[in-house]
Design a protein around this ligand. Structure first.
Ligand code: ZN
Length: 449
């Protein structure tokens, strides 16, 4: 019996094979049936078993009366184990079967694997002593680990992305070869993996031929035949700490196009929002807009360069947004106070507001209102409920006053400030205890009347 794993088959449409053995929990079986997980060995296969950082193919093994779903393929010595379960019927040793691999899964891996090689080559062009430390290639994304003695900068990501895209657009032929290891190691600029042990004969993957050769790596993975097949590329995350191993996570093909589109849509949304803030329009939607941007940044794949730029701009918008929103909130509070002063005759007017305002901002408003009667503003949405009282005279507080407040709530804190002939009492409660604030305001009424 000879098992082989021809990884350099052209993209296979299907293949016939014969079942050589069936394994379950380290025991041999003559037949796979039922829901249990089995491993199937074949006389030959075109399935790619997980190796070299690329995850295995998925697919199925079929007979006239059996359908076996292959969810993983692992290589043990030279044996290729197709791991999965029967979806229907049964498969026995000696059966002639038909193999089918899931094309989208394989094609995704092919695009991402060739893109890994291009990224590897491009990194070598801008950094010194690049060493590949590992990679993980799946149909939807790939990650690339490496070390370098160079200092990496944020703006390098744009250069890298452009360089990789340029190689993709150049339509370079991707060639595969098999040769003795010592011969392969003679190839100038051959890229090998750090700490990897290679067999006596190795596969090489070259991108570009002759004078336009871009790179040659020792590699047994599956690849596209032309760099144009990769279509698109972007980097979605990059850890670039000066020490240790760096990692880039990237997308190619449809996923990269989608991420670039996501970034484009968000960029447009932010531009509109920036204009809105500039003209102070639709202020009531601002907080929701910021929430939306943050959610998209968190949940959707977006090129890291765009992601970082948008993050920075949103953070910068924070200050101007706060200033505008504060002005609006101050105006609202002013109106609330005026309305109350008109409609109540009590010695101390108490306004309870939903607006989130700091005691400092409330004091500014009270100064502007300049009421002849004492005004107390209870800010209920503050983390520590606060009551700011403004008196238009400089009053002396005896110790009894604070003691009376503390009899309502022992956690009450009282501060007194004098500004522009007004006395401010800033009373803070640790919790949002609205009923206590009512009790305190009643106490104020009796003290001030
Ligand atoms: Zn490779």
């Amino acid at each position: 019996m000879h098992y082989y794993h021809d990884i350099f088959e052209e993209f296979p449409q299907g293949m016939k094979a014969v079942v050589s053995a069936i394994v379950k929990n380290d025991h041999l079986f003559s037949e796979a049936v039922g829901k249990d997980e089995f491993g199937i060995l074949l006389d030959k296969t075109m399935f790619y078993g997980e190796c070299g950082g690329q995850i295995a193919d998925k697919g199925c093994i079929k007979t006239n009366n059996g359908f076996f779903y292959v969810r993983d393929v692992q290589i043990f010595n030279k044996y290729v184990l197709h791991i999965g379960n029967m979806e229907s019927g049964n498969i026995s040793v000696g059966d002639s079967v038909f193999l089918h691999i899931y094309e989208d899964h394989r094609l995704g891996c092919m695009k991402n694997h060739t893109a890994t090689h291009i990224l590897n080559g491009c990194l070598r062009k801008i950094y010194d002593n690049v060493r590949q430390e590992g990679s993980r290639v799946s149909p939807h994304k790939f990650s690339f680990d490496f070390s370098t003695t160079s200092q990496m900068k944020q703006e390098d990501l744009t250069t890298l992305q452009d360089n990789v895209q340029q190689i993709i657009n150049s339509g370079l032929i991707v060639c595969r070869g098999l040769q003795p290891l010592d011969q392969a190691l003679q190839i100038s600029n051959i890229i090998t993996m750090a700490n990897e042990e290679y067999p006596s004969h190795v596969y090489t993957v070259s991108i570009g031929r002759g004078p336009s050769e871009f790179s040659t790596e020792l590699c047994g993975g599956t690849h596209v035949t032309n760099t144009k097949d990769i279509e698109s590329f972007c980097i979605t995350s990059a850890s670039m700490s000066p020490l240790g191993i760096k990692r880039m996570t990237c997308l190619s093909g449809t996923q990269a196009k989608q991420a670039i589109e996501n970034g484009f849509i968000l960029e447009k949304y932010l531009q509109e929002f920036e204009a809105m803030i500039k003209s102070e329009a639709q202020t009531d939607t601002w907080l929701d807009r910021v929430k939306h941007i943050n959610k998209v940044l968190k949940d959707e794949a977006i090129p890291k360069t765009v992601h970082d730029d948008i993050r920075l701009r949103v953070d910068r918008l924070g200050d101007s947004m706060k200033a505008v929103l504060n002005t609006i909130k101050k105006e609202k509070l002013r109106q609330e106070i005026f309305e109350l002063l008109e409609n109540t005759s009590s010695a101390c007017c108490t306004v309870t507001t939903e607006l989130v305002l700091t005691p400092q901002v409330i004091q500014q408003v009270l100064l502007e209102v300049n009421s002849s009667r004492p005004v107390a503003v209870v800010s209920t949405r503050d983390k520590n409920l606060s009551i700011v009282v403004c008196l238009n005279e400089n009053i002396e507080l005896d110790d009894g006053f604070e003691a009376e407040l503390k009899s309502v709530d022992s956690d009450v804190k009282l501060k007194k400030k004098v500004k522009k002939n007004c006395t401010f009492l800033i009373i803070t409660l640790k919790r949002k205890a609205l009923e206590k604030s009512v009790a305190i305001c009643n106490k104020l009424q009796s003290v001030l009347s």
